[in-house]
Design a protein around this ligand. Structure first.
Ligand SMILES: Nc1nc2c(ncn2[C@@H]2O[C@H](COP(=O)(O)OP(=O)(O)OP(=O)(O)O)[C@@H](O)[C@H]2O)c(=O)[nH]1
Length: 369
């Protein structure tokens, strides 16, 4: 998306520079010619004092030559740099940006920004730019960047929540969080990162490996749990995920543990059995918070997944993973604007400390700068 924005700014700068220069040159030329014509009307004796005309030149040639010299003189004597500087600006008209706005529309849509959000960005941009007077290329770049940032911040802030999850986790013991989403979005990795953050904030954690559907998921969690020195309740392959969640909660109660993190099997929209199974996990665990994990690289499919889970399970917040690997960046905008639920964290890599609290200002800057 950065590419789309910078290409828009560059093209508009070029347009304004070229047209601004043409307008300036035209003004200077016009002014110069007017002065030359004034001079050509002075009496012939005066002209003779100013210029020596070679013998043998035709009258027409002489006049032309005189005109040319007066033009050169006027250019060198009369046009001061201050005048040029003053003329060097352009007012941006609707027509100047029409084609560029259309190009940007295509690029934003290609970058996974939804139609509604694309329209909003372009409307905001049009309102901010049309009628503005630009005097230098840098001014224009700043103007476009700031206009875009303002619009993106507004979009990203629409459902933003500044909840302090570590604070609210202290209010109820044990605080139970269940994570779900489709296959491979990064649930297990995110749970490990989340456990790391909770520990860093002074909270004790237990993990429930309720993904009994994928054998490797248990091993993956066991690896992270041992690295993070966090207790883990495992289930048998093909076992009942709700029982694993229940056991982990009981264990947290008896061991006075602050937070229970429940991993679940990834499921596609079409997995009716797995969806029913997830409902059961939620019914039995009675989580204090349900987090939907979405993958930034899923494009507009992430929105469809969010709608599916909202309709079938319901959730409180979103964690958006793999933002570091997403060159487009449009999904976050669409999600933040359309879901009606806050994005609370973003995954920015594979390391434990790469789960970052979502912040609209930071994200808007990242998309534009
Ligand atoms: N670059 C990057 N990769 C990530 C991030 N989060 C997760 N991954 C990678 O995404 C892949 C899938 O992650 P998992 O945690 O196994 O995903 P899952 O949702 O638990 O997968 P299933 O259990 O199969 O549904 C792994 O290779 C992770 O390392 C992230 O924020 N950035």
């Amino acid at each position: 998306m950065k590419k789309a924005f910078s290409s828009f700014t560059e093209k508009l700068s070029r347009k304004v520079e070229t047209e601004g220069d043409n307008a300036n040159q035209l003004n200077v030329r016009r002014e110069t010619e007017e002065r030359a014509s004034e001079q050509s009307q002075v009496p012939s004796e005066a002209k003779a004092q100013d210029f020596t005309v070679e013998q043998g030149e035709t009258k027409e040639k002489q006049e032309k030559s005189q005109g040319q010299r007066s033009l050169e003189e006027t250019e060198s004597k009369e046009i001061k740099p201050g005048i040029l500087g003053f003329l060097r600006y352009k007012e941006i008209k609707e027509d100047d940006i029409l084609d560029l706005i259309e190009e940007l529309r295509v690029e934003l849509l290609e970058d996974d920004v939804s139609l509604e959000v694309t329209d909003k960005i372009l409307d905001d941009l049009r309102k901010e730019l049309v009628g503005k007077k630009i005097s230098r290329k840098e001014n224009l770049e700043d103007l476009v960047k700031n206009s875009l940032k303002k619009s993106l911040r507004e979009i990203l802030s629409k459902n933003y929540s500044n909840i302090d999850i570590f604070q609210i986790s202290k209010d109820k013991k044990p605080f139970v969080i269940v994570f779900f989403g489709v296959n491979g979005v990064g649930k297990t990795t995110t749970i490990a990162k989340f456990a790391y953050l909770l520990k860093k904030n002074g909270l004790s954690v237990i993990i429930a490996a309720s993904d009994t559907f994928r054998a490797a998921a248990q091993e993956q969690l066991a690896y992270h749990a041992s690295k993070l020195e966090v207790p883990l309740v495992r289930g048998k392959y093909g076992g009942d995920p709700a029982s694993v969640a229940f056991d982990a909660i009981q264990s947290a109660k008896s061991r006075n543990i602050d937070v229970v993190l429940i991993d679940t099997a990834g499921r596609m929209h079409t997995d009716k059995d797995l969806t029913e199974e997830l409902r059961r996990v939620v019914r039995i665990a009675k989580p204090n918070m349900k987090i939907l994990v979405l993958d930034s690289l899923a494009g507009n499919d992430a929105l469809a997944q969010a709608e599916y889970f909202e309709k079938n399970i319901g959730y409180d917040a979103v964690i958006l993973t793999k933002v570091d690997a997403d060159a487009k960046g449009g999904v976050a905008l669409s999600l933040a604007y359309k879901l009606g639920k806050p994005v609370i964290f973003v995954g920015m890599g594979q390391d434990y400390d790469s789960l970052i609290k979502f912040n609209p200002d930071w994200f808007a800057d990242r998309l534009v700068s």
